[in-house]
Design a protein around this ligand. Structure first.
Ligand SMILES: Nc1ncnc2c1ncn2[C@@H]1O[C@H](COP(=O)(O)OP(=O)(O)O)[C@@H](O)[C@H]1O
Ligand SMILES: [Mg+2]
Length: 406
């Protein structure tokens, strides 16, 4: 059943489950290392499919599509995590899968994820599993309000969660969020949000990029500042957590760990994603080897270089029709490095591309400097660490039209 031995030789085929922008940028990095990519996606003309050597168009759960896809690849990896247990088993029976299906099962389910993190000694916000109204009441009594009620699976960009502020919010949120069980988390009044991307190879060697700071707008990542403007101790703690998580998962591949820094300077893990992450896109332009290259190298069994940056950077997502409409101005603005994902339609909230702006190493400017550097995007960027109002945190508890990074 096995393909060629690792490390994969040039021209080997890397199978990627998922056709979004993460797969697209992975395929571009893989091509530079002499590999070909084969994408499995239900989508016609997907962002990844447009730049890959091969595409199998089919559902992630369709045994026929999975078999056809697996027959044409040397190793399987993911840019889309929400593949069913059955689909994962089928893939793993046919070809080597990296990261291992067990890693995906942890990250697919918020309850398993938080249990795993706490078990690995990584602190999170307090949380409780909630299956019934009585359990919700008990969980709120234990954790207090405000708190966030979330579905355990398929959430992204804030979908599938609801902020509970007053006692009367419980019933509405409980009814709206499905399927059960849910998870209740204490609301973290965070000073900032960080993330760290780490890669781990088959030999167990792991490397991590510097911690970056993430600013969200309407629960969608807006801006990433690299490096995070936090003290050395907090940055080191965040990196340490990501490396510890990669080790505890026995990961072969790439992982992003999203974290909160609370008002007391404590670093709490929020979520893990065993794949390239939006908050790591800056590495394409600011590092000799990007998160996508490290991902491909780990999956292919190649040696991992240092996760080092040559420049500081700001990454701004281009979300929805308003920001996509600025493309012409972005192309004409000095210093903006443009990335577009090839999506035909700019729906509200959809990630259409991103822009990176580089600064000399150690030279990330303050808010005014960043705003000026973003040119036509300045007015649309969450540059100030705006006072966060609870009202902004209330999200519609709908799972949206699809799952996974859109
Ligand atoms: N317990 C919490 N306390 C404060 N803010 C939260 C909490 N959980 C989520 N958020 C906010 O909502 C965003 C999205 O939540 P997250 O759990 O990362 O779900 P997803 O990214 O899958 O939509 C976070 O980045 C954070 O800004
Ligand atoms: Mg998240």
């Amino acid at each position: 059943m096995r393909g060629p031995a690792f490390p994969l030789p040039p021209n080997a085929v890397i199978g990627i489950v998922g056709g979004g922008q993460l797969g697209r940028m992975t395929a571009l990095a893989a091509a530079r290392l002499g590999y070909r990519c084969h994408i499995l996606t239900p989508e016609r003309e997907s962002p990844a499919g447009q730049v890959a050597a091969y595409v199998t168009e089919g559902e992630y759960e369709d045994p026929g599509a999975i078999a056809a896809f697996a027959a044409g690849v040397d190793v399987v990896t993911f840019e889309f995590e929400n593949v069913s247990a059955g689909g994962l088993e089928l893939l793993a029976a046919l070809k080597p899968v990296r990261p291992a299906p067990a890693v995906l099962r942890v990250s697919q389910d918020r309850i398993r994820e938080k249990s795993f993190l706490n078990g690995a000694g990584v602190p999170t916000a307090p949380w409780r599993r909630v299956e019934t109204r009585a359990e919700l009441a008990a969980a709120v009594a234990a954790i207090g309000l405000p708190a966030v009620l979330k579905t355990t699976r398929l959430g992204y960009d804030g979908k599938g969660q609801s902020l509970l502020v007053r006692p009367e919010d419980l019933e509405t949120a409980f009814v709206a969020l499905a399927p059960k069980p849910l998870v209740l988390e204490g609301f973290v009044d965070f000073a900032c949000e960080l993330s760290v991307v780490a890669a781990r190879g088959e030999d167990g060697r792991a490397v991590a990029f510097d911690a970056v700071e993430n600013r969200h707008r309407q629960h969608i990542l807006d801006l990433t500042l690299a490096p995070a403007q936090v003290g050395e101790e907090i940055a080191a703690e965040a990196r340490g957590i990501a490396l510890r998580v990669a080790e505890a998962l026995e990961l072969v591949g790439l992982i992003a760990v999203e974290m909160f820094v609370d008002r007391g300077g404590r670093v709490l893990a929020n979520e893990i994603a065993p794949r390239p992450h939006n908050s790591g896109h800056w590495t394409i332009d600011a590092c000799p080897a990007s998160q996508f290259e490290l991902f491909v190298r780990a999956v292919a069994g190649l040696p991992l270089p240092e996760a080092r940056r040559h420049s500081d950077a700001v990454m701004k997502n281009l979300v929805g029709p308003e920001e996509a409409a600025l493309w012409g101005e972005i192309l004409a603005a000095p210093g903006l490095i443009p990335h577009l994902y090839g999506k035909a339609e700019a729906r509200p909230g959809r990630k259409m591309g991103h822009v990176t702006r580089l600064f000399p190493h150690g030279g990330l400017p303050g808010p005014f400097g960043i705003e000026a550097a973003l040119g036509p995007l300045a007015a649309r960027a969450e540059v100030e660490r705006a006072g966060r109002h609870l009202a902004e945190q209330v999200v519609q508890p709908d799972l949206g039209e699809a799952f996974g990074p859109s």
